[in-house]
Design a binder for this molecule. Structure first.
Ligand SMILES: CC(C)(COP(=O)(O)OP(=O)(O)OC[C@H]1O[C@@H](n2cnc3c(N)ncnc32)[C@H](O)[C@@H]1OP(=O)(O)O)[C@@H](O)C(=O)NCCC(=O)NCCS
Length: 131
């Protein structure tokens, strides 16, 4: 069985903060998508495809607030492989200067492998990968 895990980190800067002084949820989701994209990149290595796109981001849960100056450390794991799609579970752990790492956000991302067609658009294509 192949295990594909990617790690990805971001530092929370002033531009990422919402009006109540914590990390903006939309920013977190963008980072979740990037963490999933890194796992996707690894999962699809060697496949005859041109890339992958996000089809759904589901079951997003913001479990703990994240603060200015925290690091956010993501793990993204491919947990299911379909024909053109695959599912990635993403966990985001916030790390403060004075706090223990805490699970701040979880989400499931479905990505679909694509290939450029003759008309220039990207169409789904079987990735041929399994877990
Ligand atoms: C992703 C895309 C290429 C899929 O093409 P499509 O012809 O609509 O494909 P389908 O509806 O048949 O779905 C493709 C796969 O996704 C799965 N899928 C679709 N919707 C799903 C959902 N809500 N939940 C889980 N899986 C889903 C299908 O089961 C299928 O998986 P399989 O081939 O492994 O069995 C197309 O929908 C697209 O381009 N969407 C926009 C993507 C985008 O812009 N993303 C943001 C930027 S990255």
């Amino acid at each position: 069985m192949t295990t594909v895990i990617a790690k990805y980190s971001q530092f929370v800067m002033p531009d990422h903060i919402n009006v109540v002084g914590t990390l903006f949820g939309g920013q977190m989701i963008a980072w979740v998508d990037l963490a999933a994209a890194k796992a996707s990149y690894r999962f699809l290595k060697g496949a005859d495809i041109d890339g992958s796109v996000t089809r759904t981001i589901e079951q997003v849960e913001f479990k703990e607030p994240v603060y200015l100056g925290d690091w956010v450390n993501f793990t993204a794991k491919v947990v299911k492989a379909g024909t053109t799609s695959f599912k990635i579970e993403v966990k985001a752990y916030a790390e403060g200067r004075k706090t223990e790492p805490r699970l701040a956000c979880v989400a499931s991302v479905i990505m679909v492998s694509v290939k450029k067609s003759e008309d220039g658009t990207y169409k789904k294509i079987a990735h041929g990968k399994s877990l």
